[in-house]
Design a protein around this ligand. Structure first.
Ligand SMILES: [Zn+2]
Length: 241
């Protein structure tokens, strides 16, 4: 079982830990503690390095299976019980954190001003896409969304995260539109993590976020695509803050 370091602190870049399991001649390993974000929920895998026995191993893919996080190495071998130093490709991860936080902001703006729900998403380091339903924007709408987004970035809103018992969610998240998102969390999840953008939004999320909207940077909507059935895709990138 891997302790997920990014869950409590998304800014951990280096740590030491022990290899809990190894297979494929020491090319796939489970770490006791890991800050590597495994591919999922529209966010690509983290990459980085492990240092063990005086050698450097490249981590090119990370996958969560059950309670274990598996790290795929470019070569062997790293055995069970080995002490390792781990290091994230921080440039890549931080871009994903900004993009993912941008998704929260965009989702909130579209929900509040257009009653449009998020129907899909995929982020990358340089651009991302989100699908909204129902949504059929004009040029003015797109300008409004960019302006609103950039205002919230300039405001420097704090992003907070906290874990609460499921029963407490209705008293903490009063907005019925947002409560619906919490109802989608599978029943077996008894404790839910809320990610709050102060004064803007509350969402259930286990992902990686920046601490403040001013780290995200301004929004640039590159393109829109009509995906049919009242769904519009926004393709966007972010300026450096
Ligand atoms: Zn999130």
């Amino acid at each position: 079982m891997t302790e997920l370091l990014y869950f409590d602190d998304c800014y951990i870049k280096e740590w030491t830990t022990t290899v809990e399991k190894a297979k494929k001649k020491g090319k796939q390993v489970v770490l006791q503690k890991s800050a590597f974000y495994p591919e999922g929920g529209g966010q690509p895998t983290d990459k980085g390095y492990l240092y063990a026995n005086g050698k450097k191993f490249r981590v090119h893919r990370v996958e969560k299976r059950g309670k274990d996080v598996w790290h795929y190495l470019d070569r062997g071998r790293v055995d069970e019980g080995t002490e390792v130093k781990a290091e994230l490709d921080w440039d890549r991860r931080y871009k994903h954190m900004r993009m993912h936080s941008a998704q929260h902001l965009l989702s909130a703006i579209l929900l509040d001003h257009y009653d449009a729900a998020t129907a899909g998403n995929q982020i990358h380091t340089e651009y991302s896409r989100m699908d909204f339903n129902p949504f059929d924007p004009t040029e003015e709408d797109l300008e409004f969304i960019e302006e609103k987004f950039n205002e919230l970035v300039d405001d420097g809103r704090e992003l907070k995260k906290y874990i609460v018992d499921r029963e407490r969610v209705p008293e903490l998240v009063e907005d019925p539109k947002r409560l619906r998102l919490f109802k989608r969390v599978p029943d077996f999840v008894k404790r839910i993590r809320i990610v709050e953008i102060v004064g803007v939004d509350k969402d259930p999320c286990a992902g990686t976020h920046v601490k403040n909207t001013n780290e995200i940077g301004h929004l640039h909507i590159r393109d829109t695509e009509n995906k049919g059935k009242n769904i519009t895709r926004l393709v966007f990138d972010l300026y450096e803050p």
